[in-house]
Design a protein around this ligand. Structure first.
Ligand code: HEC
Length: 125
């Protein structure tokens, strides 16, 4: 570690702790406390959520509404066409049909993780 980062990192941390206002997702969405939305992994986070809540309908040979999202490439194909609609469907903002269909909204942390991953350009990570 060079001299600059040796001092800069603690200084940054102090700045973040002491500043009176910061755009931290946890502060904007208090219910999201403890939910880590940085560097969300497709394999570790996104896929398991989709597999438990979505791919029963949106997978296999005859997916609902022709929307197949059970593999990375299928999901990417849909997101390339309409990522905004995908996000709307899980955040329930009224711009798409609410998903998972016929069920309540997924827990905020799951929604926020998937949204963060989509906004990060949906990497295959
Ligand atoms: C019970 C079956 C079912 C489940 C579970 C389900 N969907 Fe759907 N989904 C549908 C059907 C049917 C449609 C066609 C539109 C409609 O009927 O609302 C649809 C439509 C969509 C659309 C298009 C919405 C629009 O307005 O055009 C998206 C995006 C979507 N689903 C994503 C998801 C995601 C993400 C999940 C999991 C969080 C999910 N779906 C879970 C059945 C389901």
């Amino acid at each position: 570690m060079n001299k600059v980062s040796f001092f800069a990192i603690p200084a940054l941390v102090l700045l973040m702790l002491s500043s009176c206002y910061y755009d931290v997702e946890e502060e904007l969405f208090p219910e999201n406390k403890g939910c880590d939305t940085t560097a969300v992994s497709y394999a570790q986070a996104v896929k398991p959520i989709l597999d438990s809540k979505c791919t029963g309908c949106h997978g296999g040979g005859s997916p609902s509404a022709g929307i197949k999202i059970d593999t990375y490439l299928d999901l990417k194909g849909y997101l390339d066409i309409d990522a905004a609609r995908f996000v709307s469907s899980i955040v329930h903002d009224g711009n798409a049909s609410n998903m998972p269909k016929g069920q309540s909204k997924m827990p905020d942390c799951d929604v926020n993780k998937i949204r963060a991953w989509v906004n990060a350009g949906y990497p295959e990570n």
